[in-house]
Design a protein around this ligand. Structure first.
Ligand code: FAD
Ligand code: UDP
Length: 391
């Protein structure tokens, strides 16, 4: 089929990586077409107002955080921020716990007041000495010992990945901080905030600032290839899909999101639990590590967005096997998966007119700030390679 249209850059995927690279290239004077097979932009960071009027994160909670002032400066061109202390809870043994593990959790565990020194001493006595943890089980037991690992990590990880923590990278459970003070924030980065009016509003402004970016939704890669001639392709979808899964499919984990909304009337009976009028649960996220519970977490994002609305929406997250027609939400953080990815990466590195960026195309468990950084770096590389038509 003859391509009908032409562009400088054809970008597959309108998530963080696709939109950021498009904004930068178009600011340098290049024409960009961004396509996405979904009916909206923003990728997995997309947010929207649901039927109850609540602003929700459609694909699971997206807590923006970063240690990079450059990334904050860049995104701040398109949004103001609402600083958020991301605090969550864990629910097991029939009660809520302070989580990630900190001195408060230790007191809840022992049932009496304690000091950081006592908690450190307890960990010294209970930890399993492993100098260089090689998997997620070792990562946690080497810090807090078997009992806290089993209480908070083992069941959650088995449910989420359908793999034993022993068969998953140390960095996976290593994402979760363990602290001996009372700092109970879920994350440790310096900058923790949400775009003030949400991610979609931020992307709206990014697109408005880029008149040379043409966005086409509901268009997949095959259709786009047939429609546009291009100088350079930027692919942000799954890399194994790009190569027709010729070495076999990469393993992913998928999720099913189950939203449920409540009116202020319905929420009245929840107040003894939520401790706050207008909310269903006592924190923006409650993790459920017990294997007997089929979901991993319940998110009530209104706690974080600060939206002033009487109703609320909670979303239960159920882990799901990945099949070709399910969304590949998570690359599998494990050595065997990485080895298979390396075969695709070798093909990718030989491509001259195609770049692979983002979480799916580089098969990395990357956060939003990291894919933003990757997209900014790739835009710089392409601009220095192709120059700029405006200058
Ligand atoms: P995506 O957002 O996946 O965008 C890729 C886009 O490409 C998609 O819209 C897809 O439809 C499109 N696409 C793929 N293939 C094709 C094709 N063949 N044709 C057309 N279009 C195609 N990060 C954080 O920083 N904080 C968090 O709290 C956080 N929580 C998360 C929770 C969940 C449940 C998940 C799944 C991820 C979370 N992340 C979080 C990670 C965050 O979603 C990613 O870092 C970021 O969205 C990746 O952006 P991306 O553009 O690389 O990919
Ligand atoms: N994890 C766990 N218990 C928890 C929270 C996390 O075992 O209460 C493990 C689990 O394996 C999870 C990983 O730590 O997949 C990373 O958790 P995070 O909350 O960062 O995951 P994400 O938000 O990316 O799904």
């Amino acid at each position: 089929m003859q391509a009908d249209f032409s562009t400088d850059f054809l970008i597959i995927g309108a998530g963080f990586s696709g939109l950021v690279v498009a904004e930068r290239l178009s600011a340098a004077g290049w024409k960009c077409v961004v396509v996405d097979r979904r009916s909206h932009f923003g990728g997995n960071a997309h947010d929207s107002i649901d039927a109850a009027g609540v602003l929700i994160h459609q694909y699971g909670p997206h807590y923006f955080r970063t240690n990079s002032p450059r990334i904050v400066e860049y995104l701040s061109r398109f949004t103001e921020w609402r600083e958020v202390n991301y605090t969550i809870k864990s629910f097991t043994r029939g009660r809520y716990w302070s989580f990630p593990i900190n001195l408060n959790t230790f007191e809840e565990f022992t049932g009496h007041k304690s000091t950081s020194e006592e908690f450190v001493r307890w960990m010294e006595q209970n930890r399993i000495p492993i100098s260089q943890p090689t998997n997620s089980e070792e990562m946690i037991v080497s810090q807090v010992g078997q009992e806290l690992y089993e209480l908070f990590f083992k069941g959650y990880t088995l449910k989420q990945w359908k793999r034993h923590p022993r068969d998953l990278d140390a960095s996976l459970c290593g994402r979760i901080p363990i602290r001996t003070n009372r700092d109970d924030r879920y994350l440790s980065e310096n900058f923790q905030a949400l775009p003030k009016e949400g991610y979609s509003a931020m992307f709206d402004r990014m697109l408005a600032a880029s008149p040379d970016v043409e966005l086409q939704l509901g268009v997949d890669f095959d259709e786009a290839k047939a429609r546009w001639k291009y100088k350079h392709l930027i692919f942000t979808g799954p890399i194994d899909e790009f190569y027709g899964r010729q070495f076999g499919p990469l393993p992913y984990r998928s999720l099913r999101f189950e939203p449920e909304s409540f009116s202020s009337e319905q929420l009245k009976s929840r107040e003894p639990i939520s401790q706050m009028p207008g909310f269903w649960q006592p924190a923006m996220q409650v993790n459920y590590p017990d294997e007997s519970v089929p979901f991993t977490r319940i998110v009530e994002i209104k706690h974080a967005t600060g939206q002033k609305i009487d109703a609320t929406t909670i979303v239960r997250e159920y882990p799901k096997d990945w099949t070709v027609d399910a969304e590949p939400y998570y690359p599998m953080p494990a050595q065997d998966a990485k080895q298979l990815y390396q075969r695709y990466a070798a093909l990718a590195s030989a491509e001259e007119q195609t770049s692979f960026i983002g979480r799916l195309a580089t098969y990395r468990y990357y956060n939003m700030d990291q894919v933003t950084g990757m997209a900014l770096a790739e835009a710089d590389r392409l601009i220095s390679r192709y120059g700029s038509p405006l200058h």
